[in-house]
Ligand binder design. Structure first.
Ligand code: SF4
Ligand code: SF4
Length: 66
C-alpha cells in the first residue's frame, strides 16, 4: 500500500484526462460527473495531479484506514 493517494477536489469538469493518464487505472469519471479514485489501486504517483487541466487533484498522505 503506497503512502500517498490522489484526492479529487470540487469543480471536476469530468474531462477524463486523469482517467486516461493513470498507469494503474485507479481513477474513473463516474456518471459523467466527477472523477473518483479507487483507493485500493492508486499508488500516489501524482501523474493525474500534474495533468488535470482544472488543477483540482492533490496528492495527500493516505490515512491508516484507507
Ligand atoms: S496518483 Fe497515480 S495511480 Fe493514483 S490516481 Fe493519480 S495517476 Fe493514478
Ligand atoms: S482531469 Fe481533473 S477535471 Fe478532468 S476528470 Fe480528472 S479530476 Fe476531473
Amino acid at each position: 500500500m503506497s503512502k500517498y493517494i490522489a484526492v479529487v477536489g470540487k469543480r471536476c469538469v469530468a474531462c477524463g484526462v486523469c482517467m486516461n493518464v493513470c498507469p494503474k487505472h485507479a481513477i474513473k469519471v463516474e456518471n459523467g460527473i466527477k472523477a473518483v479514485v479507487d483507493k485500493s489501486l492508486c499508488i500516489g504517483c501524482g501523474i493525474c495531479v500534474k495533468m488535470c487541466p482544472a488543477g483540482i487533484i492533490d496528492k495527500a498522505e493516505r490515512r491508516n484506514h484507507e
